[in-house]
Ligand binder design. Structure first.
Ligand SMILES: CC(C)(COP(=O)(O)OP(=O)(O)OC[C@H]1O[C@@H](n2cnc3c(N)ncnc32)[C@H](O)[C@@H]1OP(=O)(O)O)[C@@H](O)C(=O)NCCC(=O)NCCS
Length: 143
């Protein structure tokens, strides 16, 4: 049975391992870990999705599900959890950069935009400062 909860700093090793396996950036993880949603199988972290807050804007990052657990709606539930978290924090938009899954996020209402159209507040994010390559697709969702 899969359970869901928000992360604490004690979850850092499990989340880092999951992101490493999915070849996603871990930079800034420790700063934002408390705004990460987790999926667990017992004690094991098998999915995560994170929110970075920059002023009144949000960045959805680190959406990953362990290989053997994919296609069971875990990514869906985690992404919806982060969207809800961003709404509860009264953020005005949620954006993301992705190299690997631009076709996954439209189902949540994200639309593709030019990277230059993303909110300037997100320039503070480490993902924007180089962890995510220039070739990544930029997407945004108005909240
Ligand atoms: C993308 C990812 C998080 C999806 O998690 P998941 O739990 O398998 O997804 P769900 O079960 O919620 O959704 C499954 C659906 O998404 C689709 N999907 C899965 N990965 C996809 C991708 N990379 N691109 C487009 N669609 C994708 C599946 O084909 C399936 O489609 P269907 O509903 O039409 O059958 C997971 O595949 C993953 O960890 N990928 C590697 C890391 C990554 O690319 N993260 C996103 C960038 S931040």
């Amino acid at each position: 049975m899969i359970t869901y909860r928000t992360a604490t700093s004690g979850d850092l090793p499990g989340v880092r391992a999951l992101l490493d396996a999915a070849h996603l950036p871990v930079v800034g993880l420790e700063v934002h870990i408390q705004n990460f949603m987790l999926a667990l199988d017992g004690e094991k972290v098998v999915g995560c999705a994170g929110l970075e807050v920059h002023q009144d804007r949000g960045l959805l990052r680190s959406v990953a599900v362990e290989q053997g657990y994919r296609n069971h709606g875990i990514g869906l539930r985690l992404t919806e959890g982060v969207i809800e978290l961003a709404q509860n924090k009264n953020l005005t938009s949620l954006s993301l950069l992705t190299e690997t899954a631009p076709d996954y996020f439209p189902r949540f209402g994200f639309v593709q935009v030019q990277r230059s159209e993303l909110p300037a507040a997100l320039n503070d994010s480490d993902e924007f400062k180089g962890a995510c390559p220039d070739t990544a697709t930029a997407m945004t969702l108005k909240l």
